[in-house]
Write a protein that binds this ligand. Sequence first.
Ligand code: AHM
Ligand code: MG
Length: 343
Amino acid sequence: MLQVTVTEHLLLHQSKSEAATGQFTRLLYDLILAAKHIWRNVNSAGLANILGGTGTVNIQGERVQKLDEFANNTIIHCMERSGTLYGMASEENAEVITIPNKFPKGDYFLYFDPLDGSSNIDANINVGTIFSIYRRVKSGNREPEGEEFLSEGSRQVAAGYFLYGPSCMMVYSTGDGVHGFTLDPSVGEFLLSHPNIQIPEHGSYYSVNEANWLYWDEATREAVSYFKGADNPRGKPYSLRYVGSLVADFHRTLLYGGVFMYPLDYKIKDKPRGKLRLMYEASPLSFLVEQAGGRSIDGRQRILDITPEHLHQRVPLIIGSPSDVDAVDAIYQRHCRAVPAIA
Ligand code: AHM
Ligand code: MG
């Protein structure tokens, strides 16, 4: 029997999802097209000499783009023509990307991290594209204003990622479960391979850059020690897995369970901060994990409840299986309560 394609799946689920309008289907179609172009280039990057992109010139005399630059330009090119967006924001661009007047505008706003994990590219390790989609609240043809770009993650109408690994996968949700598709290069389509993904109640892996131990606070050290000890649901230490490509670490966590953490650290003295970006990384993956039955917090609150203050804000992220995130949450809350209240 023929497997369901991603477009068929979207159409089948139209009636169940607020997001699944004709315009939304077109948006995803164009995003998928961009991802296929990126995947093709990731696939042949070693041969085409575009990994590090050290300013070489190709046969047409054009400068060869780095893969992350190529991914960013490809998404902008495909999506500004799509007629489905009133704007977009990329982790690679300082400002909001507006839609040129020569192209029609639509009702959606797209956030994207064009090539997450790009520091891994030269080593042939999985990278990916993460996306997050919001629907505009106000209507009309005027240019959208500042606050319309910044909404709580709970207002996303869809989120997902493309994973450029041994095979190319697309995992997404429109608020009706999480579904995974694998690209069949012979037919050029993403086919449903992982319907209705549910994250396990707890896992056997913890995933964190433990080299930051020196810069962590006591609560984070205790949380990581919990997974390295025996007083946890496994009754023995969890195993450590850390790729350093968020999209790859998240994908494994989603399928196998466990916890991924990029907690707050004090690498800059007196200036605690998270590393990952709220709008391009933490929010979309939090939308997915909750749809799959998991949890995601910043150590104090639910990621999807955070009101963003600016496009590129960073946030600590603890995400994964519900009981594993609950355990971290309990440790943070205990430490928080141990800090005397300011009179
Ligand atoms: P980037 O925005 O500089 O690419 O950083 C994002 C990446 C994530 O993919 C990954 O989870 C994390 O940074 C790894 O950071 P570190 O090398 O500090 O462990
Ligand atoms: Mg990234």
